[in-house]
Design a protein around this ligand. Structure first.
Ligand SMILES: NC(=O)c1ccc[n+]([C@@H]2O[C@H](COP(=O)([O-])OP(=O)(O)OC[C@H]3O[C@@H](n4cnc5c(N)ncnc54)[C@H](O)[C@@H]3O)[C@@H](O)[C@H]2O)c1
Length: 461
């Protein structure tokens, strides 16, 4: 792969080199006066639309934050630029979105911002590059909208917080789970007081041999790109719990194994198309049957070596498929989290134990038996009754959560009684739980979140 991984922790030499490369990429260095001029122009927009530029035009960038955003909010948003390390993919995204916005190479990211002057930069690259694009966007006078995980290393979290203070610009983290009907309902029950004070939380993330395996076919399986599933996947869940119980994680202890994918098989190949074990491998996937995948990934494969149908048995896979994480919160809540990525069915079990009751939630995504609904709720009162109800997921992508999230981001003064808008603090805290868990797995001991970075004083740490 010709990605430029950013792996070092507090590796200042490497960071300086990367910064120098990004600055060198500018055709003309941007001065503070130019940035101010760009901000002024933004304020003087004539059509009232927010100008957006997207970096990372893969699945999420081309669909959720490209085509679907423009379709949904054409009156509020104007796409002005697309940028990716892979030009073929970016050109396909341009066609998919049906836009005239120009395409820029990754090395011309700063040039794109200078020439197109966006209000927001939407960052949907591979996880390890999020922070450097967000920081540069802020430096150039834009606000940033970033996919989860906001960062995969502690020093990246620090860079993001420092950049926000330094520039006065804002980061939005796109935690769409907060907008899912199931997550809203859990938050409502907790806030209603029916459980009393929350004492502990249990969360089982069950990923099946289809969805779970898909993370091991591509960059998510390599920790230098994804930070492990503790970041690329679990940051959703860590944020959901931080938000639901309205507290901050304090100490993390975790264990993790790679027990199923990667080295755990007797045969392997580079990818499915070229495999000699097509007939015997249960994970064989013929990407050539999916024209969208062919257009988005395979057609541009020669440019960057990104194999979308990579082998799940690849020996270089180093991200855990089995994880257990314990978190102690500032408000005393104990949280127990498990993720397995190779299961025969897919869903979640979420339990909130309160002083006067327990909430059991089953989220049924894919299972070989009949379920009454996607979301089954049971509330049992101590010394009292137990009641059940069903919550339908809603329609649209991620049960309509993506639509609601986009609406909330781009509609001014939209009411947010549940506090669903997530900024840098939420993004950083969710990432830090994953980073602390990974560190705990590596060191075998507990990790204190406050030892990972210097928090802004306003956070009261
Ligand atoms: N919130 C959600 O529900 C959700 C769902 C899926 C993915 N995501 C997140 O969205 C992001 C994108 O995921 P995806 O599934 O679209 O992945 P993807 O692999 O389809 O797309 C990533 C894109 O980033 C580009 N890229 C890689 N390195 C780059 C660099 N240095 N500079 C510029 N571009 C670069 C790749 O060429 C590719 O086009 C990830 O951070 C992922 O965690 C979020």
């Amino acid at each position: 792969m010709s990605y430029i991984p950013k792996t070092g922790r507090r590796d200042f030499i490497k960071k300086s080199t990367q910064a120098a490369t990004l600055i060198a990429a500018l055709a003309t260095p941007t001065t503070a006066i130019e940035v101010l001029k760009m901000q002024e122009q933004n304020e003087n927009r004539v059509n009232g639309k927010k100008k957006i530029a997207i970096v990372g035009t893969g699945s999420r960038g081309s669909q959720t934050w490209g085509r679907d955003l423009i379709r949904q909010l054409n009156d509020k948003v104007e796409l002005v630029g697309l940028c990716d390390i892979n030009f073929t993919r970016a050109e396909f995204a341009k066609t998919l979105i049906d836009t005239q916005a120009p395409v820029y190479a990754a090395k011309d990211f700063a040039l794109m911002l200078k020439e197109t002057n966006p209000d927001y930069v939407i960052v949907t690259t591979t996880d390890c590059f999020h922070s450097q694009y967000v920081v540069e966007a802020l430096e150039m006078g834009c606000d940033a909208i970033c996919e989860k995980p906001l960062a995969i290393e502690a020093d990246q979290c620090q860079d993001l917080l420092n950049a926000e203070v330094r520039t006065g610009k804002k980061i939005i983290t796109t935690f769409n789970v907060r907008h899912m009907a199931m997550a809203e309902e859990i938050k409502r029950v907790v806030a209603s007081g029916e459980l009393g004070k929350v004492i502990s939380v249990e969360f089982q993330e069950n990923l099946d041999i289809h969805h779970g395996a898909d993370y091991f076919r591509r960059w998510h399986g390599k920790s230098e790109f994804s930070g492990t599933l503790l970041l690329t996947k679990a940051s959703h869940h860590f944020d959901q719990i931080n938000w639901t119980i309205d507290s901050e994680p304090e100490t993390v202890h975790a264990f993790g194994n790679l027990s199923y994918y990667g080295k755990n098989n007797s045969f392997r190949s580079k990818n499915c198309r070229n495999c000699s074990f097509k007939d015997s491998c249960k994970f064989y996937w013929d990407i050539t049957k999916d024209q969208f995948m062919m257009n988005l990934y395979v057609k541009g494969e020669m440019e960057d070596g990104y194999l979308r149908d990579g082998c799940v048995w690849d020996n270089s896979i180093d991200t855990y498929d089995t994880m257990t994480v314990q978190v102690k919160y500032k408000n005393g809540v104990l949280f127990s989290y498990n993720m397995n990525a190779f299961l025969p069915y897919e869903g979640q079990k979420i339990v909130i134990n309160g002083e006067i009751g327990r909430l059991d939630v089953s989220v049924n995504y894919n299972q070989p038996w009949e379920v009454p609904a996607e979301n089954e709720f049971r509330l049992t009162k101590s010394f009292g009754e137990s009641k059940t109800w069903l919550v339908s997921p809603g329609t649209g992508s991620h049960g309509g959560a993506d639509e609601k999230l986009r609406e909330m981001i781009f509609t001014e003064n939209i009411p947010d009684p549940m506090g669903k808008m997530a900024g840098s603090k939420a993004g950083v805290l969710a990432s830090l739980v994953g980073i602390a868990a990974r560190k705990s797995i590596q060191t075998g001991g507990p990790v204190h979140i406050s030892d990972l970075i210097d928090f802004p004083r306003t956070w009261g740490w």
